[in-house]
Design a protein around this ligand. Structure first.
Ligand code: PMP
Length: 408
């Protein structure tokens, strides 16, 4: 008890075994994690406390766009940290203004709001849509979202998300979200009523297994929104900022949203997100939206540096090129009877496996020095840093091939 009150750890955890024991003792359980502890990372590689190195095709969960510990991020952090860390959300600061200018400039949107997580950015988008409903659509508040979608883990975003496993979780849900099957325009049309203020979707369902939306369908959604004056919201938290081989996934379709959200890659690992909107949705009044850490200078300086670097190094084009190469490699593996339906857009790729073998494959890959992500029970997802080169993809494919042989 004394030790707890003094704030000192009861043991100076140093070995991996001690760290794992301390983790089990002190961390609130949220997920089954492998018995390793990550310690450092550079570029495409990450190392654990045992000194084992892994080539990282999880990429911080589609976050580390510039790879691990990029110089620009380190420099922006230290430079801004010595100047001004936080000025309070009550005041403007220069990095906030510069970053908003940059993001609106590259997206063709008009206004930016900054948060820390993707879920927070989506909450802001939903608030804007509901404000629009309250002001211009006679109190309409319903948001139509897609089945199999993912929008975050706040209570409202768990309600927005179309995940069957979440349907009975944390009841009562935040009301006002209607789920429709992605791709079925008639179903969406039937779900629209005078209560509808927005349609929200991912253009490639990431957590849902890397499924891209159909172009004609998206065109139809845009038309519905225009017809009824409701907002079209694109959740580009996973797909945005080069991931799919275009700066924003909607550029593949040439269909622009009214509101778009960004997260993950925008901070290169620093927790950062943004909600971008066209002028028509510049609707908040004082008190409607805020947060202690919105637009804080440290994060804004990092975000600016990360996005600038992404643009200067043409990493979107790299994602497109390497994404094509990656998909080619996955298609070669298709001759292996465990690999099914390889698919992807840029550096967001996936394939399915039979009989819930995906977890087994991911575990074997890790033993061989490759990190891949399992989504659903039978899908392997690859979302490496956007700096990935051909040789990294070759290395990944070699390990994947060996792991497939080992588990079959
Ligand atoms: N939207 C999408 C499309 C996502 O993929 C995610 C995270 N996987 C989120 C929202 C939530 O982002 P965060 O975990 O940063 O809240």
């Amino acid at each position: 008890m004394e030790q707890v009150l003094s704030g000192q750890p009861s043991t100076a955890a140093s070995t991996t075994a001690e760290l794992l024991q301390a983790a089990r003792k002190h961390l609130l359980f949220t997920a089954n994690r492998p018995e390793i502890v990550m310690a450092s990372g550079q570029g495409m590689y990450i190392q654990d406390t045992e000194g084992r190195s892994y080539i990282d095709f999880v990429g911080g969960w589609a976050v580390n766009a510039l790879g691990h510990s990029p110089a620009v991020l380190r420099e922006a952090l230290t430079e801004q940290a010595s100047r001004l860390v936080l000025a309070s959300p009550a005041y403007f600061n220069e990095p906030m203004i510069r970053f908003a200018e940059l993001l609106t400039g590259i997206s063709g949107m008009d206004k930016a709001f900054f948060g820390s997580t993707g879920a927070e950015a989506n909450e802001c988008a939903v608030k804007l849509a509901r404000k629009h409903g309250a002001l211009h659509l006679d109190g309409a508040y319903e948001i139509i979202t897609m089945r199999n979608s993912f929008h975050g883990r706040t209570l409202a975003m768990m309600s927005a998300t179309g995940k069957q496993q979440w349907e009975s979780l944390f009841e009562p849900k935040v009301p006002g979200f209607i789920h429709v099957p992605m791709g079925d325009l008639d179903a969406c049309f039937s779900a629209v009523s005078n209560r509808t203020c927005a349609i929200m979707l991912e253009l490639v369902q990431g957590e849902g297994g890397v499924h891209a939306v159909d172009e004609a369908y998206l065109f139809g959604l845009r038309k519905i929104c225009d017809m009824y004056g409701i907002a079209l919201i694109f959740d580009e938290v996973q797909t945005g900022l080069g991931r799919t081989g275009k700066l924003f996934a909607w550029e593949h379709y040439g269909i622009k949203p009214d509101i778009m959200t960004l997260g993950k890659g925008i901070g290169g690992g620093y927790p950062l997100s943004a909600t971008l909107a066209v002028d028509k949705f510049n609707l908040f009044e004082p008190g409607d939206q805020g947060g202690t850490y919105i637009g804080q200078p440290l994060g804004m300086a990092v975000g600016y540096a990360v996005v600038r670097e992404l643009l200067d190094r043409r990493l979107t084009e790299n994602a497109q090129r390497q994404g094509g190469y990656l998909l080619g490699k996955l298609r070669l593996l298709e001759s292996h009877n465990l690999v099914r339906n390889p698919r992807g857009l840029g550096l967001l790729a996936a394939f399915d496996m039979p009989n819930e073998l995906a977890a087994k494959l991911a575990a074997r890959c890790m033993e061989l020095g490759l990190l891949v992500n399992v989504t659903g029970e039978s899908t392997i997802r690859l979302m490496p840093p956007l700096i990935a080169e051909q040789r990294h993809i070759d290395e990944m494919a070699d390990i994947l091939t060996a792991a497939l042989l080992d588990i079959s």
